[in-house]
Write a protein that binds this ligand. Structure first.
Ligand code: NAP
Length: 313
């Protein structure tokens, strides 16, 4: 079984981005708009900013208080759009109830949309001429490319159809000549469909959902490649599904850190049959941040021109 470790791949992408970022004066600048103070969102935003600063990108949080009205969020987006010194804009999700996600994504300048979620960028991706590709699916494809996982003519099953992961990933895999099936909560005979996959990607947000021959049901064909996108936080073993409660890694993480991060795949079970599998954490996660960095440099290049020498302020 080959472990598809995302860390070295992410490092290489960040180093490439750093070299490109150095060509810009002033350096590329990223505005992350954060509404409220959800602890997980705070952690993600800090990780993004830290990674950006490490490669010389200027990154800042535009904070809006919890309960801020939709107009305040749209105003903040408008200001970042209109600021000639800002290259990339993203709004940290999820939003509080009462905000219309489509309205928010529509408001982002598509040429600063480093998360690749504006309808113009979604459309370009699906037309096969991508501009900004959503970071997680772009990272998955970079990971598969690095480990030379063959895609052309292979069967790929994507578990999950979100606009953030499943759908854009299906478009990217199709563009690489894979034969792609997208599954979701209404898919019938789900394990049977998943077992057809040469490449199975799980992005559903259900801890340890994908099992195989030792735990069952069998979602994984022996020899398949499995990519686990899920990030599920649990604070006690009782929160984990029964099949994960015996995991020494999860027990240790809870004992030492008070919580464990668990993927959508039962790693201990599935690694017994898969040819290759991503770990959680340390698989897809690092690639997501690296792709945000790459997209931010690309946003600077798009607006300022190829060599980046042009001053914006
Ligand atoms: P999402 O928007 O909640 O979408 C979940 C998808 O999974 C939906 O399409 C849903 O089907 C499907 N689903 C849920 N339960 C299912 C079941 N029992 N059987 C079959 N399909 C089921 O989630 P997301 O934003 O795509 O994220 C998915 C997971 O990836 C989460 O754990 C998230 O934290 C993680 N994630 C990780 C990264 C990273 O960097 N590693 C980045 C983004 C997300 P319906 O459409 O029918 O409801």
């Amino acid at each position: 079984m080959e472990l598809l470790d995302g860390t070295p791949v992410a490092k290489r992408i960040r180093e490439e981005a750093a070299a490109l970022a150095r060509a810009f004066t002033p350096p590329p600048r990223l505005a992350v708009i954060l509404l409220g103070s959800d602890p997980a969102s705070e952690t993600y935003v800090e990780a993004k900013k830290r990674a950006a600063r490490e490669v010389g990108i200027r990154a800042e949080t535009v904070r809006l208080p919890a309960g801020a009205p939709p107009e305040a969020l749209l105003d903040a987006i408008g200001r970042a759009n209109g600021d000639p010194d800002v290259d990339g804009v993203l709004v940290q999700m999820p939003l509080e109830p009462g905000h219309d996600v489509s309205r928010v994504l529509d408001a982002i300048d598509p040429r600063k949309d480093v998360d690749g979620l504006h309808p113009e960028n979604v459309g370009l991706l699906h037309q096969g001429r991508p501009r900004f590709v959503p970071c997680t699916p772009a990272g998955i494809v970079a990971l598969l490319d690095h480990y030379r996982v063959p895609l052309s003519g292979r069967r790929a099953v994507v578990l999950g159809r979100s606009g953030l992961v499943g759908r854009p990933l299906a478009a990217l895999l199709t563009a690489q000549d894979a034969t792609v099936t997208v599954c979701h909560s209404r898919t019938r005979d789900l394990p049977d469909v998943c077992r057809e996959a040469d490449l199975l990607v799980a992005a559903i947000g259900r801890p340890g959902f994908v099992t195989s021959e030792f735990v069952r049901p069998e979602f994984v064909r022996p020899g398949a490649t499995v990519v686990d996108v899920g990030i599920n936080r649990i604070a006690s073993l009782e929160d984990a599904p029964p099949n994960l409660r015996k995991s020494e890694r999860i027990r240790q993480a809870i004992a030492t850190k008070g919580r464990a991060i668990i993927g959508d795949v039962d790693f201990d079970d599935v690694s017994g049959v898969a040819a290759a599998i991503t770990p959680v954490p340390g698989g897809v996660g690092p690639l997501t941040v690296a792709m945000l960095i790459r997209n931010t440099v690309e946003a600077a290049r798009l607006r300022r021109g190829g060599r980046g020498a042009e001053r914006t302020s």
